[in-house]
Design a protein around this ligand. Structure first.
Ligand code: G3P
Ligand code: CA
Length: 254
């Protein structure tokens, strides 16, 4: 029946495009996200940083050194200054140079069709970006139907989000080696994000028993495919995958 079909689909692990399709294009660019949408994923994962003048851009590292032709901290540049730098990557034998995208630009491009899994963090130790993120999501009408999951390693950040908007699904992330099942279970956050080396059958079982979803991320690219295979039968609920096509095949096409 229709209802049974829904339940089967809900049970499928979520495919989360970690930083976009970063195995085929430089991470956190509109092109990397576009490729992921063409693959077909449940969520686009976005890391956020704040510029000197308070704008939100997609960037994992504190500095722009690794992914662009510039150098220095995101927080030391205004958005206008940052926009002068470029990422450079090739796709289909074509070299493509792009600006660092703002969160707004990503939503402009993809919010009609895609869901987002956005990571917030403290800015110089302070809660700073949460209100703006929620306002943007509200503006793009994304605060419903699990269109967006917010994630953070910072409890302060998650607490701030809950205090403004209690109804959005939240993921508490644990650093590799720091996962604690009791701490995870004692919070109100419905999803726990764990590095793959900390994931055992027992961990997943315990968290499921306590009503939590388990989403797994990977810090080692080399072992990632093997790791995904290892935990498939544990019934984890989401993969922050760097290899979208591999993971889709592993879990069975959507
Ligand atoms: O957000 C899940 C995963 O991305 C956490 O690690 O360092 O890639 O943001 P990182
Ligand atoms: Ca992240």
């Amino acid at each position: 029946s229709e209802h049974e079909k829904e339940i089967v689909q809900a049970d499928k692990p979520k495919i989360i495009a970690h930083r976009g399709a970063n195995d085929r294009f430089i991470e956190h660019t509109l092109t990397a996200y576009k490729i992921a949408t063409e693959d077909g994923v449940n969520y686009l994962e976005i890391d956020l940083r704040m510029t000197k003048d308070g704008e939100l851009v997609a960037m994992h590292d504190e500095t722009i050194d690794r992914t662009t032709n510039g150098q220095g901290k995101v927080s030391d540049y205004t958005l206008k200054e940052l926009k002068k730098f470029n990422t450079i990557s090739t796709y289909n034998n074509k070299t493509i140079s792009e600006e660092i995208p703002t969160l707004r630009e990503i939503l402009d491009s993809f919010s009609d069709t895609e869901n987002f899994y956005i990571e917030t963090r403290l800015v110089n130790g302070h809660v700073a970006m949460e209100k703006q993120v929620l306002e943007l999501l509200q503006e793009y009408d994304l605060l419903h139907n699990n269109r967006v999951i917010l994630q953070s390693f910072s409890m302060k950040s998650l607490e701030k989000i809950s205090s403004i908007y209690p109804n959005i699904p939240l993921t508490l992330l644990f650093r590799k080696g720091e996962f604690d099942v009791d701490q995870a279970a004692s919070t109100n956050y419905p999803i726990v994000g764990i590095e793959s080396k900390d994931v055992t059958r027992e961990v997943v079982k315990q968290l499921h028993k306590r009503g939590k979803e388990v989403h797994v991320y990977f810090t080692n690219r080399k072992s990632q495919k093997k790791e995904q295979k290892r935990m498939l039968e544990f019934g984890v609920d989401g993969y922050f995958t760097d290899y979208i096509l591999y993971t889709k095949e592993l879990v069975g096409d959507m």
